[in-house]
Design a protein around this ligand. Structure first.
Ligand code: SAH
Ligand code: SF4
Length: 340
């Protein structure tokens, strides 16, 4: 196992070709390896049965196939949600969730171990920031969960641990690999940000084809500052300007996520305020009833949730409501956290 420092998923095709060359292997072996990894989700080098045994042995001793090590799994293959705990190469923990809803199979992945953004209502915040994940560590979550799923993954959401836009480069690289190599349509890959304005502009300027979700969570800076300190440097009016710019460049709507917290942002006044705020912005709104964790916040009663959504029905934008799956195993939005 000595010198096994490189991780295949962090190498480019040309870097892999160089290694194959060094081992006197033909370059068509690259396609075979990519097929095993990205289409067949193979877990071990030894299972790549159409490669020569001596090549497999050389590759196995110098390159790690999967940078993440699964250390726990909660839930069954027949449950609506299964949560996986992985150890990164730097020995930090991350979680990923596999969700099933009819023919829709969604993988919720992490972009960082922990998170520095410190939203008051989110369990991940309590871990603090541990590390940015590498491209391979992000892609590996999709590969390992694909291997564990009986049906093909249909959607990937960057809504696990971490703030994707504080690891922008690796998130974009990994989304491109999920799109181009794993073969998932770009519109089936959603990046959710707490609202890093500069990176919304960058995503638009780079004309990235992925979907963008922004965690708005409040109709005013006053309320938002209380629950999301990032509002101080990224105020709502700047977020809205960025969303308009994004639309003007790409003709695609931003989805604003809005976590409903009892007695914080869920009364009728907030709903009317939200309509006023967003009525001229090309967007959609996704309401997420709060998943309770060990915090001061509570999910509003169903009556309050339904009333809030009913008021938004009259808005010019489309509103959907997302009931998180897997809250029984703490796998819902914002419930991912590991305490050592
Ligand atoms: N850091 C990114 C993505 C991960 S959080 C972001 O903040 O957008 C994904 C979504 O879960 C965000 O919209 C966030 O506001 C929401 N969320 C966080 N904690 C939650 C909780 N306990 N219940 C419901 N949603 C939560
Ligand atoms: Fe980080 Fe998102 Fe949680 Fe905020 S909601 S602490 S940005 S993971």
């Amino acid at each position: 196992m000595k010198n096994k420092v490189k991780s295949l998923l962090d190498l480019s095709d040309s870097e892999i070709c160089e290694i194959l060359n060094k081992y006197d292997a033909d370059s068509y072996r690259l396609n075979q390896i990519n097929d095993w990894v990205y289409s067949k989700y193979v877990q071990k080098w030894q299972n790549m049965v159409n490669l020569p045994k001596d090549l497999i042995n050389k590759l196995e001793s110098s390159i790690t196939l999967h940078p993440l090590k699964e250390i726990n799994c909660s839930g069954l293959g027949s449950d609506p949600a299964q949560k996986f705990l992985f150890l990164t190469s730097q020995n930090n923990k991350i979680e990923s969730v596999l969700m099933r809803e009819g023919s829709r199979i969604t993988v919720c992945i992490s972009s960082q171990s922990g998170c520095a953004v410190d939203c008051d209502f989110c369990a991940t915040a309590s871990m603090g920031f541990k590390q940015n994940l590498s491209r391979g560590e992000i892609v590996d979550q999709v590969l390992q969960l694909s291997n564990r799923s009986s049906s093909k993954i249909t959607n990937v959401v960057f809504m696990g641990m971490g703030e994707p836009f504080l690891n922008y480069k690796k998130v974009v690289e990994s989304a491109k690999i999920i799109n181009e190599k794993i073969g998932l349509g770009a519109r089936r890959i959603t990046i959710s940000t707490s609202g890093i304005v500069s990176k919304i502009y960058l995503m638009a300027d780079e004309r990235l084809p992925f979907k963008l979700a922004v965690s708005l969570n409040a109709p005013s800076d006053e309320i938002r500052k209380e629950i999301m300190p990032i509002t101080i440097t990224n105020p709502i009016n700047e977020l809205l300007k960025a969303a308009e710019y994004y639309y003007s460049k790409l003709r695609r709507f931003v989805t604003f996520e809005y976590v409903l917290l009892d007695n914080v942002n869920s009364d009728e006044q907030c709903a009317h305020h939200l309509i006023k705020l967003l009525k001229n912005i090309p967007c959609k709104v996704n309401i997420i009833p709060y998943n309770e964790i060990d915090s001061q916040y509570k999910r509003p009663k169903s009556k309050v949730i339904n009333n809030f959504v009913r008021i938004l029905d009259d808005a010019p934008f489309t509103t959907t409501i997302r009931w998180s799956k897997g809250t029984n195993i703490d796998a819902g939005c914002g419930q991912l956290a590991i305490r050592d």
